[in-house]
Design a protein around this ligand. Structure first.
Ligand code: ATP
Length: 315
């Protein structure tokens, strides 16, 4: 067990009848990280989250929370936004938010103060006396988000926190998720299909596929690995002459014309050629306009990893 991790899973498995939903998954969620749990539909993300939230137990393996075996007290202290949204339809918004705050052990004054602050932040001030049944999906989701974070949990689980939000509200919620980490040091475990939010939010990710973890690590190093030495070079000059001069030193992956004898190429450099050395050579051949490491989105990282696993299985 490691104190610098908020959560650790050791060889966790879960079976539903004959179906293995999670198959020997181990994970380490660093303290103060925003940790993205990614994977195709049915991969096992919600099963894993429900285990951490104490809704279901593992058939095998164990979970540790801030260096201790996870207990029911730990479970009741964390913040949890479940995938299936559930507010009591026949209650008013303010009444319900207060009810959940008190369940989390907050005093009345403290709960009121925090609720006023959060209602202000998420611009839902006028909703206190609204009936829950009258809320739209996105509106109800804002209230559930507030209820999950109100008691300032040190560990927060968000299952698909951005589904159902329009772009403006999704961006507002993303900003709040970042603020919780930056201002309060909250560790956040979130599952999502939205890769743009992974690019914007997560510093660590794990990718689950068919109940197995197939990738885990800091986003920056996973991107760097997937980049595999590729660089993007823009230059003015003769493309054919330039690619011939490349010889066996670099591989041309893509080339497009920018017009006016300018070109945009993606090249794969072998590890033995540092980008600075290549740039020195390229500058002697053509008029280099820019040279940058090829940017790799988390979408690409995700697709490559899933494809690599299916190729291994089918070969
Ligand atoms: P999605 O992205 O679609 O929400 P997920 O990664 O969250 O998917 P899970 O909900 O964890 O996936 O489901 C993993 C597998 O376990 C699926 O095949 C699902 O059908 C199965 N499963 C999940 N919960 C149960 C249950 N209560 N009973 C039977 N099977 C279940």
């Amino acid at each position: 067990m490691n104190d610098s991790h908020s959560l650790e899973l050791f060889d966790v498995s879960k079976r539903y009848g004959t179906h293995i939903a999670l198959d020997g998954v181990s994970l380490e969620v660093p303290q103060g990280s925003i940790f993205g749990l990614l994977g195709p539909n049915g991969a096992g993300k919600t099963t894993l989250i429900r285990m951490v939230a104490g809704i279901t137990g593992p058939d095998q393996g164990s979970i540790s929370y801030f260096g201790q075996p996870m207990s029911s007290e730990h479970v009741s202290s964390l913040g949890y936004l479940p995938e299936e949204r559930g507010l009591y339809k026949n209650m008013r918004v303010g009444e319900q938010a207060m009810y959940f705050a008190r369940l989390r052990g907050m005093g009345k004054k403290e709960a009121e103060r925090e609720l006023v602050d959060w209602f202000d932040r998420l611009e839902v001030n006028g909703w206190w006396d609204k009936e829950v049944a009258d809320l739209s999906k996105g509106m109800a989701q804002k209230i559930q988000f507030i209820v999950a974070v109100l008691h300032k949990p040190k560990f927060l689980i968000l299952d698909e926190p951005l589904s159902g939000f329009d772009p403006i509200n999704a961006s507002r919620i993303r900003a709040e998720i970042n603020r919780l980490r930056d201002e309060f040091g909250t560790t956040i475990l979130l599952s999502t299909h939205d890769m743009s939010s992974v690019d914007e939010l997560c510093d660590h990710v794990a990718l689950i596929n068919n109940g197995k973890k197939i990738l885990e690590g800091p986003v920056s190093s996973l991107r760097e690995k997937a980049r595999a030495g590729r660089i993007e070079l823009k230059f003015r000059g003769n493309l054919i002459g330039f690619t011939a001069a490349l010889g066996a030193g670099a591989v041309l992956h893509e080339a497009s014309s920018l017009g006016d004898n300018m070109h945009d190429v993606v090249l794969g450099l072998p590890p033995s050629i540092p980008i600075e050395k290549f740039l020195k050579w390229a500058t002697s051949e053509v008029d280099v306009l820019s040279c940058t490491p090829k940017s790799v989105s988390m979408d690409e990282v995700f697709l490559h990893a899933v494809q690599a696993v299916s190729n291994t299985v089918s070969s």
